[in-house]
Design a protein around this ligand. Structure first.
Ligand code: 5GP
Ligand code: ZN
Length: 141
């Protein structure tokens, strides 16, 4: 896509620190890392989000995430890696080209608020109704 920053990275028009590439995906360092080793994995084909990406590209991104995560673990001795993927401006997606964040927790490194939320028991009736709404939406196309 013309003015998509990640498409420009795929085409080599903007540089990146590449860590992995195959026919379908590219993995490179995030230039505003939440923690050392923060890596992005993208499909080479443009798709804005999870709703748009093809099943094949989605599978390729997540297959690659397994390889890259093992590399991050090995290189950085991470104590854990959060995989985060944002869809839509409401959850602060900034770059509208599907990307999976791999964010390692490095011993002695910064805390990761993204993987640490308060556990507050929900209202079971509300949860049940929401589940039914989602299930109905799925079943009715
Ligand atoms: P989002 O909020 O859309 O999930 O995150 C977009 C991510 O892309 C951010 O973490 C941001 O730092 C990263 N990013 C934005 N522009 C560039 C760029 O030109 N190069 C690289 N490597 N990362 C970028
Ligand atoms: Zn793009």
């Amino acid at each position: 896509m013309e003015d998509c920053i990640f498409c420009k990275i795929v085409k080599g028009e903007i540089p990146c620190f590449k860590v992995y590439e195959d026919d379908q995906v590219l993995a490179f360092m995030d230039i505003n890392p939440i923690s050392p080793g923060h890596t992005l994995i993208i499909p080479k084909n443009h798709a804005a989000n999870l709703a748009e990406i093809s099943d094949e590209d989605l599978a390729a991104v997540h297959r690659a995430s397994k390889k890259v995560m093992v590399g991050i673990d090995k290189a950085l001795k991470a104590s854990g890696v959060a995989c985060v993927q944002l869809n839509g401006r409401g959850v602060n997606q900034v770059v509208m080209h599907y990307h999976l964040h791999l964010i390692p927790k490095i011993p002695g490194g910064p805390d990761l608020p993204v993987s640490k939320w308060e556990i507050i028991p929900g209202d079971m009736d509300e949860i049940k109704t929401t589940a039914e709404n989602i299930s109905n939406a799925l079943n009715n196309g």
